[in-house]
Design a protein around this ligand. Structure first.
Ligand SMILES: Cc1cc2nc3c(=O)[nH]c(=O)nc-3n(C[C@H](O)[C@H](O)[C@H](O)COP(=O)(O)OP(=O)(O)OC[C@H]3O[C@@H](n4cnc5c(N)ncnc54)[C@H](O)[C@@H]3O)c2cc1C
Length: 421
């Protein structure tokens, strides 16, 4: 590497920017990553509280079979801890039913006659669909033109699934993944995500999701990532910081979220029609549970609930809570119009009805309202937008593809490959 060589400047140290930086550095190119925030990770951040809880900024998991994740991450060093495949579903009438491995071993999962989730033909369709997604590559599913033109809800209906299984299984499960309980997300993305759950595991690093971007940043030479360095503008190959300082680059990669990309990129390359899915994650502390945890997600099929998904991260990765305590993560998707205190107060009776009266005494720890969680990915949107703006200006991030860690990492890699070509 030539020290006099101008660096490739990457704006944003989220997964996309870090992936791009890692591939370029590995190929011997000089890179400089400018990050506005006080740590790397973007939407993948974890806070350590004074009491010793690790709070991911919103409930989030890593899917182990994401192709880009398999390509880039060192799983062993992250000490990944897995949720059990399946879920406990709370039905609108308050009954609960447990699905073990519904997407990995659908036959076993759905034979329980007592599982009030869907009809026998529904269960056979799951079996068929698992076969379908297993027989295709993830790239084939993502670029499946027919399903790309359809939203998930109409795709499920057209496939023949009953309204009952859509409401009691697909809506709470995939609505939680898409942060979209209407299931208006494009069906090609549904097919891809279904495949990931059918083939792999949902995991978290032992010490929180932020360990993922930190692992990538640690591969870069010291000084490569500059934190607390917001970029104001890009003018050709000159990058202007908020401090008015300017930096000269060999090429510039805008690897921010879509909102910032809109401001930094020239109008013709800025993301258009940018809309977001919102989620709110409310954390509570509970006393440690006795016995072996089932490590299953809890999904709520009740249409008027505020507690949509509940997880116990410390059951899966004990480092998420101090000894003797249990971390409870409650997700509410979409806009709710409540203050944090109002939301917590409304959640507690719901949780008590669901988990027993002791839940009313769970201690509210912190609330993360995340208005810009996932870019909306509607039917008909291309699976990959242009990443190259000019010979010296590129863009990457989930806004340029579909709403997933895999997309952020993939677009980061693809931009690095273009720069190296
Ligand atoms: C609550 C939640 C749950 C999620 N769950 C999942 C999940 O389970 N599975 C999954 O695959 N995906 C999930 N996602 C989505 C996933 O986290 C994102 O798709 C991915 O992290 C996006 O990465 P990115 O690099 O494209 O963007 P970002 O993470 O947004 O990174 C952009 C970076 O650019 C920086 N930046 C912005 N403006 C400037 C500027 N002017 N100057 C310098 N830096 C700037 C930002 O500070 C940020 O660090 C979830 C997201 C959220 C919020």
């Amino acid at each position: 590497m030539d020290a006099a060589e101008k660096p490739i400047i990457i704006i944003g140290a989220g997964l996309a920017g870090l992936a791009c930086a890692c591939y370029l550095h590995r190929a011997g190119r000089r890179v400089l990553v400018l990050e506005a925030a006080d740590a790397v990770g973007g939407r993948v951040r974890t806070d350590l509280t004074p009491e010793g809880f690790r709070l991911d900024r919103g409930f989030q998991v890593l899917l182990t079979r994401y192709p880009e994740v398999e390509r880039l991450l060192d799983y062993g060093a992250l000490r990944l801890q897995a949720y059990r495949s399946g879920a406990v579903i709370r039905l609108p009438d308050g009954r609960q039913t447990t699905l073990h491995n519904p997407l990995q071993r659908p036959a076993a999962a759905f034979t329980a006659l007592t599982a009030p989730i869907g009809t026998l033909p529904d269960k056979l369709r799951i079996l068929n669909f698992v076969r379908h997604v297993r027989s295709r590559s993830s790239g084939q599913l993502l670029s499946h033109n027919a399903s790309n033109a359809q939203d998930t809800r109409s795709f499920l209906r057209e496939y023949g699934w009953s309204e009952q299984i859509i409401d009691t299984f697909f809506r709470p499960f995939f609505g939680g993944v898409f942060l979209d309980r209407n299931l208006s997300t494009a069906a090609n993305f549904f097919e891809f995500v279904f495949q990931q759950f059918a083939k792999g595991e949902a995991v978290v690093p032992a010490l929180g999701m932020q360990q993922i971007p930190e692992q990538l940043a640690a591969r870069l030479p010291a000084g490569t990532v500059r934190l607390n360095t917001p970029v104001e503008a890009v003018e050709g190959t000159t990058v202007r910081l908020w401090t008015d300082q300017t930096l000269e680059a060999a090429a510039v990669v805008v690897a921010t979220d879509g909102e910032a990309a809109q401001r930094l990129l020239p109008a013709e390359a800025a993301p258009t029609d940018l809309r977001w899915r919102q989620t709110t994650c409310t954390y509570f502390a509970a006393p440690a549970a006795a016995g072996h945890p089932d490590k299953l997600l809890r999904l709520n099929a009740a249409p008027d609930a505020l507690a949509h998904n509940v997880a116990f991260p410390s059951d899966v990765a004990p480092g998420y809570a101090p000894a003797g305590q249990r971390l409870v993560s409650v997700s509410t998707h979409g806009a709710h119009g409540l203050s944090e205190a109002e939301l917590a107060a409304r959640l507690q009776p719901e949780l008590a009805a669901w988990f027993g009266p002791e839940a009313a005494a769970w201690q509210h720890l912190r609330t993360y309202v995340i208005p810009y969680a996932l870019p909306v990915y509607p039917a008909g949107q291309p699976v990959r937008q242009n990443l190259k703006v000019t010979d010296t200006l590129f863009r990457c991030g989930d806004f340029a593809a579909y709403p997933s860690q895999n997309a952020a990492l993939a677009t980061g890699r693809e931009v690095a490959e273009m720069l190296l070509a």
